[in-house]
Design a protein around this ligand. Structure first.
Ligand code: GDP
Ligand code: CA
Length: 323
């Protein structure tokens, strides 16, 4: 089976690790592709940083820091101290030494003319990831945050420096109008047997992927059923600050509201199916009635078993929708 996952970042990485675990335990051959959000990417100290991609890369390679929850294991920060002494890196953004190695390699390849897709291939070839990562687009579409005073800052400055605080009024992707989906992203959507929307931050990890011109059409035309997984359990985010982003867009922090935000594919939007947590079982009926077939299952990904079971539940729902 060909499984395509859309998302980006730590929640996506956990989910994809679950899909990979499910595939390893299965007797059949499966192929897993991930369409990765690139709108978190930015330039700092002359380097291109790709947080969502690198979270996936490190976690799937097993070289991530599981205690801290992001970055490389066994990381040191000697170079960052030098950059701070030179006054060339913001003191609020951690750049570990091993991580900087990735950023330097990526930037070097980009400067030599490699596409973002090609950079993904080269970075991914170092380890046996068991999945192929594709950028949603090869074009730069960095998310910016509009503030109440009318100014505009890069998403990373708002998210990391201001801890998603201050008077934000909305999000937009710079350059989105002239962006196009990458070939790899389009290919794995067209060929998929199942498309899964990871329990990633809906506003800043999933929506920017969908905002790439042509992406929604590709998903609308896909032969595969599209099943999403809620990152909201019992009215709160499992990890992170997605609730702040939802509030800014005027969306309630609930599994039901996120599904309604994505919308039903049968009504010209995204989802055929949706998984909510057992605790949110009251969303099953209203969502199913409005065209999004919803099931309640355990959504917490605690370890390999619970993540693989969640993947199995999503794939089973997709199978039922296809039948
Ligand atoms: P980021 O870009 O690193 O913030 O990561 P993502 O956008 O991929 O994921 C953030 C989302 O993952 C948050 O909204 C979390 O609620 C969700 N998430 C994290 N862990 C879990 C989990 O165990 N289960 C579910 N259902 N969602 C999770
Ligand atoms: Ca993200």
């Amino acid at each position: 089976m060909r499984i395509t996952v859309i998302g980006g970042g730590v929640g996506c990485a956990r989910f994809v690790a679950g899909v990979r675990e499910w595939a390893r335990r299965s007797e059949e051959e499966h192929r897993i592709d991930v369409v990765v959000n690139t709108a978190d990417d930015w330039w700092v100290s002359g380097l291109r940083i790709a947080p969502d991609h690198d979270s996936l890369l490190y976690a799937l390679a097993g070289v991530n820091d599981t205690t801290r929850g992001w970055g490389r294991a066994g990381e040191t920060e000697r170079v960052a101290a030098e950059l701070a002494a030179w006054g060339t890196a913001p003191d609020w953004f951690t750049l570990g030494d091993l991580d900087l190695g990735t950023h330097i390699a990526r930037t070097a390849w980009l400067r030599e003319g490699a596409s973002v897709s090609e950079v993904y291939r080269r970075l991914g070839s170092r380890w046996d990831l068991g999945v192929a990562l594709h950028p949603a687009t090869d074009d730069e579409i960095d998310t910016h945050v509009r503030l109440a005073d009318g100014s505009d800052i890069h998403f990373q400055e708002w998210w990391v420096r201001h801890r998603a605080g201050g008077d934000a009024t909305g999000f937009s992707q710079r350059g989105i109008d002239s962006a196009a989906p990458s070939e790899g992203a389009l290919g794995c959507i067209v060929l998929a047997d199942v498309v899964l929307i990871a329990p990633s931050n809906p506003i800043v990890s999933v929506d920017p992927v969908l905002a790439v011109p042509g992406m929604r059409e590709a998903l609308g035309d896909a032969a595969a059923p599209i099943v999403g997984v809620s990152g909201i359990i019992g009215g709160s985010v499992v990890r992170g600050m997605a609730d702040t982003c939802l509030a800014i867009e005027g969306i309630e922090t609930s599994a039901r509201a996120v599904a309604e935000h994505y919308g039903a594919r049968s009504r010209g939007a995204l989802l055929d199916g949706w998984l909510v947590d057992d605790r949110d079982a009251d969303a099953v009926e209203p969502l199913s009635t409005s065209g999004i077939t919803t099931r309640a299952v355990p959504l917490w990904m605690r370890d390999a078993d619970t993540s693989a079971q969640l993947a199995a539940d999503a794939i089973t729902l997709a199978g039922a929708l296809q039948a």
